[in-house]
Design a protein around this ligand. Sequence first.
Ligand code: SF4
Length: 667
Amino acid sequence: MQQTGGYQLRLLHIDVAGGASRLVEAPLEGDILGPIDYAIRLHHSRGTWRAPLLSPSNILVIGRGVFAGAPLYGGHRLVAVFRSPLSRGLHVSALGGAAYVFARTGLHGLVLEGWSEEPLVLVVENERVAFEELGWDMLWETWRGYKGHRGTKALALYVRDRYGCSLGGEQRSLVTGPAAARTLAGGIFSPRYRGSGLDPAAFDSAARGGGGTVMLRGHGVAAILFCGDRDPAEANPRLRDRRLLDEVSKRVLGKPYHQAAVEATTKYRYDPRLGTGGTCGVNYVHYRTLVPMLGYNSVYLSQAAREKLLRLVLERLWEPFQREAIEKRNWGTCGEPCPAACKKVYRGTKMDYEPSNALGPFIGVFDAEETRRLIDLVDEAGMDAIEAGHVVAWLLDLLGRGMLHPEELGLEGLPGRPSLDPLRVLEDPEAVTRANAEAARRILEAMLEHRGWLPTLVATRGLRAAAKALNAGLPGRVAMHHTGFHDAAVYAAHGDRGYMTPNLYWSPGVVAPMPVLGRYWTVYSPGFAEPEAMAETAVHRAENEYLIDNAGICRFHRKWAEKLLDALYRELWGIEADLRRHAAARLLEIARYQEQAGADPRPWESRKTVDMVASIAAETGAHEWAARLATDPGAAREWWTRFRRHAEKLLAQHAARGQPVNPAAIA
Ligand code: SF4
């Protein structure tokens, strides 16, 4: 039975069209324990699935968890919830550290509604908001360059210099880049200010799903600058009670809180057993030949060939990263005090695993410096690096197959031939890396500038719709190559038109029918099992990840946070909740939304997606499934369907524990 302590979530609803705001208080109880819960409720009650994707009705909720302001490490993420222009369903994306500043506004979140014709900068000081008209000309001029930076970084500096908060103390911003104006994959970026410039470590983004595109093209908001002078623990002094936190930690985890947090985050700080730290440092030496490379074409290779590719990665990407970032201890945090200091900086650029792999080995670029430059390009453009990597790899793969021609991608006159062919990579890694990096740069810039019909098509419609348009428009090439354009990509299909490119792991979980993909709300460790067993793991992970995100806690702290969360809600907020039930019920509500939005999961439709699943089955010894998946289209559908059925059954069972889901609550 859930009890409440009479606390309220305070959300500032901002009507961009009317230039007005109103504070809404929602009791912290029942179905609302954090910003994602609130956003789900709002999207359901407004029926936002009925409106066009990039419309003022696509409400963007950006909120923090209720533990921001407490001396909890990793408790200061901002979470963005919106209807994704890519998946076309409800999506959740998060960025680190920014709630350390945002909590001082005394707010739990911002809710953007309405649309401004001219792009705005919203300046939020405590619960006041100023609507500053920036205009398209000024926005583009700033993106082109300000104080030696471009795109998101330039805009972040500009808004601070031009509109700076008046309350003193630290300020932070949420900004968009040109990708938000020109593609469906624009993210929300948040660099931390340091002196007159930016902190290279604390440059975080909620990039997956196209939240920046929604912010700019759905609402006409280019940036939000915020600061405050409120005490986040004003309403609830227990939040700042370190002794209470230690007591709870000792009771639940058997050790003081700081010790528990330090021990749980070794991998992200520095793991002496591996001699490295952070996701970029650890993942290559941990997953080794299981890391997807060359647009997932590595899944077709023998272990020996993958070993050779791994050697290239270690020599040309990982070792330079080790020398510059790890050995010189170029580490920082995302903007909040945190002993993990997971942000490893290579020559001024923060390098996490997924952007580094997406714009490195995944697109056939085996060189730390080339990858760093591409990360900078994509960060400044304000684009989701994982999506950028998938798109580039897909186009290079089609080029290699002869299904596209260089001039269609603006790649005439390249110094060398781009390729995802492992033989060519191993023969001359330097030449292929140079060609691929230059090709990636040109493709991404063409997408951002809408230069050429094909990059424009991909930028404006996304990978899946572009592939279908190519199938329809170039049937001769489909017939000649006996394969569709979509077959060269790995993605999960949502409804008739939506899709999500997967996180860069070799697992069926990253394309499995779960309510939200493109992040960690699923099973992602390389492996394969019967669909029911995998669904069980995926649901367990999704529920836990949901709760961690909804609490605004960094998933790198999940080892302690998942065990402590029940006690934290109870001891700090007086809330006695069945969190597993809570998460399952919300995930079901998201699943229902996806159906209403026509973005429900659909069976795998590309050959490479099925091959990715079949190959990890073979790799892990599930030979019967591997053989069936490779030869029988019905086998893929069977695995997928059984997974979906079981995942839904488990969620329904968990949601029905204790107190039943109240359908009226989301009507
Ligand atoms: S682990 Fe990294 S991302 Fe998470 S709170 Fe610490 S510094 Fe920030």
